[in-house]
Design a protein around this ligand. Structure first.
Ligand code: ZN
Ligand code: ZN
Length: 248
C-alpha cells in the first residue's frame, strides 16, 4: 500500500534464558531474523524482587539450573551478551537489537505490583523500590519506559495483578513513555480509550509466542528515531503477526 512500505516490524518485549525464557539471546535473534520480516527487537529479561516467590519456587523446582531473574552480579554479562548478538543480528539480518529489562514485581495480593520495561537500559535497576522510583531511575538513565500489561489479562490461567500503574495513572502518566495496548493475545482497550501512547508486544517466552501482537513504526531504523516515534505515537500501528504473515 503506497505510503505504508517503510513501516518497521518491531517487538519490544522478549524474554530469554537470562530469565524465564526458553531460548538464548542467540536463538531468539535467529528465530526472528530468519523470518526475514523483523526490523527491531528488544531483549527484556526479568529483574525480580529479592523475595520473589515465583522465582524462588521455580529455581527450586529446576534444582537451580534455571534462572528467573537477571541479577545485579550478572547484569554486565547480560548486556555484553545482548551487545554481541546485536552486532551479529545487524550483520546477518539487518535487525536492530535493543538492550532492555522488565523490572518485575510479583507480590502475592499486592495492589502495588507493576511490570515496567526499561529499553536502552544502561545500568541495573532494582525491583525492590516503588513504581515511581523505578520510572524515575529509567528517566535518569536516559532509558525508555513501557507499562507492561497494565490491565487484567484474560488469557492467563493464574494472574498476579500488575495494575498499579493503571490505577495510579493520574500521578504517574508523565513518567511512563508508552503503555502496552496489546500483550501476546490480549488487547487492553483502556489504553486506547485514554488515547495514551501505545505499543503492542509478544511478551515472548517460547517459539510459538512469535505469532502474537507486534508494533509497526514508520521511522528510520535507529534507536533515537524509534524512541522519538514511539513517544510521539504518530505513524504507529499494532498488528497481529501470524504464521505466514507477509509471506513472499
Ligand atoms: Zn510481565
Ligand atoms: Zn514479560
Amino acid at each position: 500500500m503506497p505510503g505504508y512500505e517503510p513501516f518497521l516490524l518491531c517487538d519490544f518485549h522478549v524474554h530469554t534464558t537470562w530469565s524465564d525464557g526458553r531460548l538464548s539471546v542467540r536463538e531468539v535473534v535467529d528465530l526472528y531474523g530468519q523470518t526475514g520480516r523483523f526490523d527491531v527487537i528488544a531483549i527484556t529479561d526479568h529483574i525480580l524482587m529479592e523475595r520473589d516467590l515465583l522465582g524462588r519456587a521455580g529455581r527450586l523446582m529446576s534444582l537451580g539450573r534455571r534462572h528467573f531473574s537477571v541479577t545485579q552480579e550478572r547484569f554486565d554479562d547480560y548486556l555484553a551478551d545482548i551487545a554481541a548478538e546485536a552486532a551479529r543480528a545487524r550483520k546477518l539480518y539487518g535487525m536492530l537489537v535493543v538492550p532492555g529489562a522488565e523490572i518485575t514485581q510479583n507480590r502475592l495480593r499486592s495492589r502495588k505490583n507493576a511490570h515496567i520495561i526499561a529499553l536502552n537500559i544502561k545500568q541495573w535497576i532494582s525491583a525492590d523500590q516503588s513504581a515511581r522510583e523505578i520510572l524515575e531511575e529509567i528517566r535518569r538513565q536516559g532509558a525508555f519506559s513501557i507499562a507492561c500489561h497494565p490491565h487484567h489479562r484474560t488469557t492467563r490461567r493464574i494472574e498476579i495483578s500488575t495494575c498499579f500503574l493503571w490505577e495510579n495513572r493520574k500521578d504517574l502518566v508523565s513518567l511512563v513513555d508508552v503503555w502496552e495496548a496489546a500483550n501476546r493475545d490480549d488487547l487492553f482497550s483502556v489504553t486506547s480509550l485514554k488515547h495514551y501512547p501505545y505499543v503492542a508486544s509478544s511478551d515472548f517466552h517460547k517459539a510459538k509466542h512469535l505469532y502474537s501482537w507486534k508494533t509497526l513504526l514508520r521511522c528510520e531504523k535507529n534507536w533515537d528515531a524509534i524512541a522519538a516515534t514511539m513517544r510521539a505515537n504518530v505513524d504507529i500501528a499494532l498488528t497481529l503477526y501470524r504464521n505466514g504473515s507477509w509471506a513472499a
